[in-house]
Design a protein around this ligand. Structure first.
Ligand SMILES: Cc1cc2nc3c(=O)[nH]c(=O)nc-3n(C[C@H](O)[C@H](O)[C@H](O)COP(=O)(O)O)c2cc1C
Length: 220
């Protein structure tokens, strides 16, 4: 390699892909959107050259899985009706974005004890046997190890260890299970809790979450 080319390559640093997802339905009032944006801003500061792909799952929802979609995925037939063709193209793009991502930042609120259904619809597109996990003789194996996942989670109440509502928390626990299944063992979580308790608690929790976002380390 020419010495000048080596210098250029090293000084630029390796290019990294960031996939930023939001799923809150509350638009400008959303806490998780505020926190996920702060996380991305912090990462961009510490990783110059980060290539961001943004997907707003509430504004542009990924449709629910259909039987036709699943059948088409398994068939070798190339011809499908236009709506299925479009759905296959979108599903393929969503999966490609996930596989290409080095870092994922996902904003979500806890809705009825779990993740927004818009985020669940996205998960249904990326948990694909043979692509992001595989079945082996020893059981399922995740193929997505090495990605950094940061979750910005807003919750109306408190669900930490020892809280009466803790057993009802199926958002963070669900995402830990899904990403763990795909080979991503330790997602980082920035929580803003007690958002529905009152304005003071809301402000305090958002401030603490934003401080945590601003202090995110360069690497996990
Ligand atoms: C449809 C809906 C369902 C909710 N369900 C819960 C819930 O089960 N538990 C809870 O603690 N908070 C619940 N909340 C409160 C949200 O978790 C809280 O408002 C949080 O800020 C939502 O995140 P977001 O602001 O990014 O949308 C719910 C809010 C909405 C809009």
């Amino acid at each position: 390699m020419f010495p000048w080319l080596r210098f250029y390559t090293y000084s630029k640093g390796p290019s990294m892909n960031l996939l930023h997802l939001d799923s809150s339905i509350l638009g400008g009032n959303s806490v998780s959107r505020t926190v996920s944006a702060a996380i991305v801003a912090q990462l961009k500061k510490t990783h110059p050259g980060l290539k961001e792909t943004y997907r707003d799952l509430a504004a542009n929802p990924v449709p629910h899985l259909s039987g036709g979609y699943l059948a088409a995925l398994q068939s070798t037939e190339g011809q499908h009706e236009a709506s299925l063709q479009a759905d296959l193209a979108l599903g393929g793009k969503v999966l490609e974005e996930f596989i290409a991502a080095d870092i994922l930042v996902i904003g979500l609120g806890l809705y009825n004890f779990t993740v927004p259904s818009q985020l669940k619809a996205w998960i249904d597109r990326i948990a694909i046997a043979g692509k992001t996990f595989r079945y082996t003789e020893k059981g399922p194996e995740g193929l997505m190890g090495g990605k950094r996942v940061i979750l910005a989670i807003a919750r109306g109440g408190f669900y930490g260890p020892g809280m009466p509502a803790a057993p009802y928390e199926h958002g963070e626990t669900y995402l830990r299970a899904v990403f763990g299944f795909l080979g991503i063992a330790n997602p980082e979580v920035i929580l803003a809790e007690g958002i529905a308790i009152g304005p003071e608690q809301r402000e305090k929790s958002i401030k603490a979450a934003l401080e945590q976002a601003a202090g995110l380390p360069l690497a996990a």
